[in-house]
Ligand binder design. Structure first.
Ligand code: ATP
Ligand code: MG
Length: 412
């Protein structure tokens, strides 16, 4: 779990600012849910036979009533829970987003942490493929807005329940024939979640997985058409994608469209955003049957990518540093600084006294465009010295009545 120190926070703020505008552009509204939820919500919502539920959750008992609780490992289950609880899914559609820390007990490495942050998007009440495509297209747009390049899109379709069941039967038969190459996870999931066996990173199982029966061959007319429309909309939007029949995603709840945006610039932690359609989830969590589509972005991985690609982030530098020396000057400077802030200037008041020289050093170091200086002599006459610290007019200085400083800075 990481601290984000002041030097690192500007890139977080930049990401969040870009995302806010971007989400508004697509009509998404924010939802904020608790970081702690009852454990059964994730067992039911994420799936019993997933990595998350099997080994990654931070779970504990409430010491007051013994209730089993978990630090959220992902945001979709909590979001669906809240929507059901507050009746947000009756005869209406929702386009929602959330962001915040998620917790998974994983082996920490670059791009993989035990507390990490996601920005997630969920849309409810949309059964048609346009929303699937919109989700993918809006991510391509985000990469553009952030200045990121070289992202790869992989997509697949998982079909519907009946199609998956038919495929599942053949897949189990196939896996039974290849028991000898299955690792411990594979053997354990053979009957519980055979599709997940194919999602293995184990090199020894790759060839077996490649040749396994493909879900694509079991798709019915409706599912195939749904996927074809998603692909056509992506083609129309000029977005390149790879069809990856082995993409099944780690979570149990997906159906039809699944997708991942990856990069080859982060080593093993290649997936930066992932999601898909989950039409059965709301009902599984106790609501009425409402279709859903969503994805989550791994924020740390995006920030690592921004750094790797040398994308510069706008710096938030102050406009004015207020230098002051002497009791009267200090008292006036306090008011001057506040009036400058109210006039719209980002202003740092030098607090704590010290020589003019040391104060000017700080003014330079913070990158402020102007120093406004009050000594006791000027202060007694109601004057301040304004000095330009940066740019072509660096070094220019003028002495002004205090009341005129803001207007002067505005016109400079
Ligand atoms: P991975 O295969 O990398 O473990 P996942 O399938 O478990 O990813 P999801 O549950 O789909 O990941 O979460 C969406 C995104 O959140 C991931 O694509 C990734 O960018 C990010 N993410 C997931 N786990 C972590 C983690 N432990 N640390 C940092 N980011 C993470
Ligand atoms: Mg994982």
């Amino acid at each position: 779990m990481n601290d984000v120190l002041p030097d690192a926070s500007p890139v977080w703020l930049h990401f969040e600012a870009v995302c806010r505008e971007w989400l508004v552009a697509y009509g998404y509204k924010q939802i904020r849910t608790p970081i702690v939820e009852p454990t059964p919500l994730f067992v039911r919502g994420v799936g019993e036979h997933t990595d998350i539920v099997e080994k990654e959750m931070y779970s504990f008992e409430d010491s007051l009533n013994g209730e089993k609780l978990t630090l959220r490992p992902e945001g979709t289950a909590g979001c669906v829970r809240a929507c059901i609880e507050h009746g947000l899914l009756y005869n209406q559609t929702q386009r929602l987003w959330y962001t915040g820390p998620m917790f998974r007990h994983e082996r920490p490495q670059k791009g993989r942490y035990r507390q990490f942050h996601q920005l997630g998007v969920e849309a409810f009440g949309f059964a048609t493929p346009d929303i699937d495509a919109e989700m993918i297209v809006m991510l391509a747009d985000l990469w553009r807005r952030l200045g990121l390049t070289g992202m790869t899109l992989e997509i697949n379709t998982l079909g519907d329940t009946a199609e998956r069941a038919a495929h599942r039967a053949e897949l189990i038969a196939y896996l039974e024939k290849h028991q000898d190459v299955l690792d411990a996870d594979g053997k354990r999931r053979l009957y519980a979640n055979p599709l997940r066996v194919l999602d293995t990173k184990n090199p020894a199982m790759q060839e077996m997985a490649e040749n396994a029966p493909r879900l694509r061959d079991f798709l019915g007319e409706e599912s195939r058409k749904h996927f074809d429309v998603v692909c056509a909309l992506l083609d129309d939007a000029g977005i390149a994608y790879k069809l990856n029949p082995r993409l099944v995603r780690g979570l149990d709840y997906y159906n039809r469209t699944v997708f991942e945006w990856t990069t080859d610039q982060l080593g093993a932690q290649a997936t930066v955003a992932a999601g898909g359609r989950y039409d059965g989830l709301v009902e599984q969590l106790g609501g009425k049957s409402v279709p859903g589509v969503g994805y989550a972005i791994g924020i740390e991985r995006i920030l690592l990518l921004l750094e790797t690609q040398g994308v510069t982030v706008p710096e938030d530098v102050p406009d004015v540093y207020v230098v002051n020396q002497g009791e009267t000057a200090a008292r006036l400077a306090f008011g001057v600084a506040q009036s400058l802030r109210l006039a719209g200037f980002k202003t740092i008041l030098h607090c704590g006294g010290g020589s003019f020289k040391s104060q000017f050093k700080r003014a330079d170091a913070c990158g402020a465009r102007f120093a406004v200086t009050l000594g006791d002599d000027e202060a007694a006459k109601g004057l301040a010295a304004v000095k330009c610290l940066t740019g072509a007019r660096m070094g220019e200085q003028i002495v002004l009545p205090l009341a005129e400083v803001a207007a002067f800075l505005r016109g400079f």
